[in-house]
Design a protein around this ligand. Structure first.
Ligand code: GLP
Length: 266
């Protein structure tokens, strides 16, 4: 696992956006062989989306042959509901870049057949050749997508029940009213995320300190779902100084030295 610690959120978001642009260029995507991105919602990726929009508008990256799969969706919210993740993605990202609508994949929170919908998602990921790069945020309890603590590391896309803590945390997007946050969601599984060629987890702020400590310094444990990233060959955790503040100084030194050596080697 590669760990990057930056002074602030903006530098993290810029680094991630530039890395995504670099990966898209490197892949030279075409209609037959698109670049496949897994994407999250939440506040953590917002700066990444803003920077990608900017680079797209400046003509530095094209999303014409980029295919996306979002991580999760609330059950019971139609795609045009302002709180749905579908709406969030179009408002904050897709409407502003040259992505083709047919290349955007979202889970349908209005489905009546959850199992079929989740299977459709897994099949579509497989059909396109798998996810090249999965971008993730992290919950304060270490959850990724909506895989709450104690979710199986082998899990695939499925229906999940949110913990009261996650409902409380996400109520900030529902005007602070916990009663408005759907309890049930559809989410890609941890196994689905781990199948990606590469994973980037972005975290910022004090409220992510404990989750980041457990992800990086503690053993792999399903009570901190993000800790599974330790078992991925190409996982990057990028966080700001605030989120990294509970890491042991030796851990910080270790990872910072690796990055310094990489710069010297260039
Ligand atoms: C939700 C989402 C996750 C996201 C997490 C943290 O639970 N399902 O994908 O990573 O919140 O969100 P934020 O980035 O706003 O802190």
């Amino acid at each position: 696992m590669r760990v990057l610690i930056k002074p602030d959120y903006d530098s993290c978001a810029k680094w991630v956006a530039e890395y995504i642009v670099y990966k898209i260029h490197q892949a030279r995507p075409t209609a037959d062989k698109p670049f496949v991105l897994g994407l999250p919602t939440g506040s953590s990726p917002l700066g990444v989306y803003q920077e990608l929009i900017k680079q797209n508008k400046e003509g530095r990256v094209s999303f014409e042959h980029v295919v996306t799969f979002n991580m999760d969706e609330y059950i019971g919210l139609p795609p045009d509901d302002p709180q749905s993740y579908c709406h969030f993605m179009w408002e904050n990202f897709f409407n502003h870049i040259n992505i083709q609508k047919k290349n955007v994949h979202m889970l349908d929170g209005m489905t009546k057949d959850y199992a079929a919908e989740c299977q459709r998602y897994e099949d579509e990921i497989k059909e396109v050749g798998g996810v090249n790069l999965f971008l993730c945020g992290i919950g304060t309890d270490g959850h990724i997508a909506f895989n709450e603590p104690a979710s199986s590391f082998a899990s695939r896309t499925r229906i999940k029940l949110l913990k009261p803590e996650t409902i409380k945390a996400n109520s900030r997007f529902f005007g602070g009213d916990k009663g408005l946050v759907p309890e049930k969601v559809l989410t890609v599984g941890i196994g689905t995320i781990m199948d990606a060629d590469e994973i980037i987890l972005i975290a910022s702020g004090k409220n992510k300190q404990e989750a980041i400590r457990q992800t990086i310094e503690c053993g792999v444990n399903h009570l901190c779902p993000a800790s599974i990233l330790q078992m991925h060959q190409h996982a990057i955790v990028i966080c700001d100084d605030f989120a990294a503040d509970k890491l042991h100084p030796d851990t910080i030194k270790y990872f910072k030295n690796i990055e310094r050596a990489k710069m010297v080697a260039k």
